[in-house]
Design a protein around this ligand. Sequence first.
Ligand SMILES: C[S@@+](CC[C@H](N)C(=O)[O-])C[C@H]1O[C@@H](n2cnc3c(N)ncnc32)[C@H](O)[C@@H]1O
Length: 294
Amino acid sequence: MNKLVEITKPLKIGYKKTCKCPKNHINCLTAKEWMQSQVAVWELYYEKRDIRDKNIHPAVFPIALPAKCIKLFTHEGELVLDPFVGSGSTLVAAQDLNRNAVGFDLKKDYIELTKSRLTQTRLGDAMQQIAIQDEAHNIPHYLEKETISLSVTSPPYANMLNRPKLNKSIRGNLRKNKHYLQVQQYSNDPRDLGTMEPIQYAKTLGGIYRGILPLMRPKAHCVINVTDLWWENKRIPVHVYVIQALEEIGFELRNIIIWDRRNLINQAGIFGWPSNYITLGTTFEYILDFWRPP
Ligand SMILES: C[S@@+](CC[C@H](N)C(=O)[O-])C[C@H]1O[C@@H](n2cnc3c(N)ncnc32)[C@H](O)[C@@H]1O
């Protein structure tokens, strides 16, 4: 869709609500829909449009994840940011839900992929979804202060993909599938968060969000999907590092939501038996919800 969009700095993109919801409502949900969203464990499903081929992109979240956040934290017409847009799932969700959105990624191929997933807009369509190839530290050059109503993303989980894939969560012979011992990193670019050790990763992530904070409206939500790592029999609590990094620069943690992924696992292998109790890391991920304090 942004084949036709001129990328200016700052961008010319709408950010004001176009619906008629009352002023004190943070979203367009009815009371009944709000109640259904209060459960802190989310079960999400991939749909046909979701990309499940790891050769196209190694770590795609379902469109349903940003869609749920967009419904919870924005009104129609408002502006959504995804600083690590990958294959563009957040922009697809924003297009479905009539929101403006901007997504950034270091890698040209992913930006092209994102553009190809957005359906052509018709003349007169008010909302825009724009994918930009740039490093996330540069986001403040593109967006004006206090215009973003929601930032939602899944950044790389530190250097989790940057090692040969052992497929430990898969059972027996199936483990040696075509991805076995492959390194599925996004890029070798030293600015890529996926190349960084967890501590440096959290510091860099904090630096990126320091630039994003003033672009967000007061009380705008900032959602980050991450998971912890196991590395040489030690648990690396990436979600704790991310919380510390974001709180240090002025975001406030509001909710911790568990993405229950048990519906996505089949034929799991056995871990640690019989002497070392280790839970299957792939069974859940964190959805950390912060806001810019009022
Ligand atoms: C987990 S993926 C995002 C996937 C996305 N949620 C989706 O559904 O397709 C993280 C993305 O961050 C990008 N990335 C890593 N470091 C970056 C940086 N410093 N600036 C911008 N993008 C970066 C990677 O290229 C990768 O596509």
